[in-house]
Design a protein around this ligand. Structure first.
Ligand SMILES: Cc1cc2nc3c(=O)[nH]c(=O)nc-3n(C[C@H](O)[C@H](O)[C@H](O)COP(=O)(O)O)c2cc1C
Length: 577
């Protein structure tokens, strides 16, 4: 259930998530870049009155002064019939550069907010934020399960390349992604009016103003009392309109300022809802919190990688799940195979056993351990093939097995055997298989073969176990399990040294190198390092796939990648003939 909750939104929204995360990561650099180019005066150093006075000296026809959340001061002005906007230095009031947000940045914002698709795009972006929240929560729960509990969540990670990178990036980026998802959902809900943002409560335009000559801006008390860092926007009155007023927006509230007396009119302080919205806006965009923006951007960069590795993992799990043929019903089968698996590789072994048993005339029913029936009317034998996951725990398809086992009537006990799949690198090797065996024995089930364990999906160990089962049934049981190979490399023999024959211990050292690439593409791949042999050290195992068999044979190595060749020492029990 947890896995479906994680995979389904992940697969559906993978591309959208990657697009939103990448655009978010790019946008996250904006506040930091803006902050780098901005001088922010100390608190209490400059009032809005002083700032406006300095601005007026350089821009006599100023219409509006704005302060961005990152602290840049933008002046909008007119010159004849032309209007313009400049970014200015708050300490001198002098222009620094024309203010024109780049077309790229606008496009990126549009992509991030609405996927370039207007209102419907905004709705999709909101739903994608919800999908991200679901993925974060289900992902952490899966990670805890994978690691064997919350206490072990920081332990080193196991699994293949995609599994490790998916979990590692998730572990690093989880808090940033959670924050982006939650704040993104909030902002989306506010855009669609689903929750209030406090923006609608505007102060009333003053009905009474003092009609008289406008006082110099530097002397207006309401502007003297406002710190420049609290300014959001100051809109000037229309020139030559004594009945007009300054419109002032600050971090704390909005109001109007009488241009003759400088009194604050119809002031309305921001309510809690507005303050919450502004805080969430800053937490999401990093505006005014440039370091947080960069952190969130870095976290967002992990999303495309996690989307890709997530899809690869889903595909690997799907590919490992074989199609069972001749699968009899549970009540008509004489042999039951139950499978406990997390990443589906145990199912490949179960299929080999299933096919071999069908071959010797058995009617076999194969199912996940979680589907243990309360009764199998015709069955005599039960095979349980199970892996172990987390820190000695049940894999996904077996996590309800014990609860179901309690519901099986005493009269329905079968003769059973458990085969455990695990990895000796884990301290609790095949622990769940052992627990399963103990649980069945404790309930009085009869075991027809001792528990066996298979380390790292060894096809050889599995074949040997098959022979033992065959002997019990007085039949030859050939288990043809074809492991899925990782990418293979063709090797060529570059030298051979024989010695030790005189002392009766004939030994050969064979040195191999990767076959020289043929064709332009292969040569280019080799040059770029894509087609090189993986790194190895003396003592590592190399799997060689012999001709005529899909099962690799493992040999330990006598050289490392630094030597530039792969050396294997062969000791012969008898002289080569
Ligand atoms: C995250 C993780 C945790 C594992 N924990 C254990 C363990 O505690 N004990 C063990 O013997 N094997 C452990 N294994 C190894 C698997 O049981 C083994 O690779 C098995 O063949 C996987 O089968 P499956 O793909 O059907 O789940 C673990 C593997 C992974 C990826």
């Amino acid at each position: 259930m947890l896995r479906q909750l994680h995979s389904l939104p992940g697969l559906i929204a993978a591309i959208l998530l990657a697009a939103l995360a990448l655009s978010g990561a790019i946008l996250s650099a904006d506040p930091a870049l803006e902050r780098l180019a901005t001088t922010i005066p100390a608190h209490g150093q400059i009032s809005v009155a002083v700032l406006a006075d300095r601005v007026t000296q350089h821009y006599p026809n100023v219409e509006q002064i704005q302060r961005t959340p990152s602290g840049s001061i933008i002046v909008y002005y007119s010159q004849g019939d032309r209007t313009g906007a400049d970014r200015i230095d708050p300490l001198s009031g002098q222009g620094i550069a024309p203010y024109a947000p780049s077309a790229f940045s606008r496009w990126m914002k549009n992509l991030h907010r609405s996927l370039l698709a207007g209102t419907s795009g905004r709705a999709v972006a909101g739903v994608t934020a919800l999908a991200m929240l679901v993925l974060c929560l289900s992902g952490v729960a899966l990670l805890a399960k994978r690691q064997g509990g919350w206490r072990h969540i920081a332990r080193p990670l196991h699994g293949n390349f995609s599994q490790r990178w998916h979990a590692q990036l998730g572990r690093i980026a989880i808090f940033g992604l959670l924050l982006s998802a939650l704040t993104g959902m909030y902002m989306s809900a506010a855009t669609f009016g689903l929750i209030p943002d406090g923006m609608k409560s505007e102060p009333d335009f003053p009905t009474q103003v003092t009609v008289g000559p406008a006082a110099p801006i530097a002397t207006l008390p309401a502007l003297i009392a406002t710190d420049a860092n609290d300014l959001r926007e100051l809109v000037y009155p229309r020139p030559g309109s004594p009945e007009d007023v300054y419109s002032l927006r600050t971090a704390q509230g909005d109001g109007y300022v009488d241009q003759a007396t400088g009194t604050l009119l119809s002031y309305q302080a921001h309510d809690g809802v507005r303050s919450v919205y502004e805080l969430i806006y800053r937490l999401h965009t990093g505006e005014g919190l440039w370091w947080l923006g960069l952190l969130l951007g870095l976290c967002a960069l992990s999303v495309p990688v996690m989307s890709a590795t997530g899809v690869v993992m889903w595909w690997q799990r799907r590919r490992s799940m074989p199609k069972m043929t001749n699968n009899s019903g549970p009540q008509s089968a004489d042999t039951i195979i139950l499978v406990g698996s997390e990443n589906n590789s145990t199912w490949g072994f179960a299929k080999a056993l299933h096919d071999a048993l069908v071959q010797i005339g058995r009617r076999v029913h194969t199912a996940p351990m979680n589907l243990l029936a309360t009764e199998y009317r015709k069955a005599q034998h039960l095979f349980i093939l199970t892996s172990t996951y987390g820190d000695g725990s049940a894999p996904q398809s077996a996590n309800q097995f014990f609860a179901r086992l309690d519901k099986v009537a005493d009269t329905c006990r079968l003769d059973f055997v458990v085969l455990g799949f695990g990895d000796r690198q884990f301290p609790k090797f095949c622990q769940f298989a052992k627990n399963t065996q103990d649980a069945l024995l404790a309930r009085g089930w009869h075991q027809f073969l001792e528990l066996n364990t298979i380390d790292r999906q060894s096809a050889q160990e599995f074949a040997r176990w098959g022979q033992a089962v065959g002997r019990l049934f007085d039949r030859e049981l050939t288990l043809q399990y074809t492991p899925q190979h990782p990418r293979t490399h063709a090797l060529e023999l570059i030298s051979r040294v024989d010695y030790g024959a005189q002392v009766g211990a004939p030994t050969s050292i064979l040195r191999f190198a990767a076959v020289a690439p043929q064709g332009i593409t292969s040569q280019l791949k080799r040059l770029m390092g894509f087609d090189d042999l993986p790194r190895f050290e003396a003592g590592d195992l190399v799997g060689i796939i012999p001709s005529g068999s899909p099962v690799p044979r493992f040999y330990s190595l006598a050289s490392g990648s630094k030597d530039g060749f792969l050396a294997r020492k062969f000791h012969y029990c008898c002289r080569e003939g």
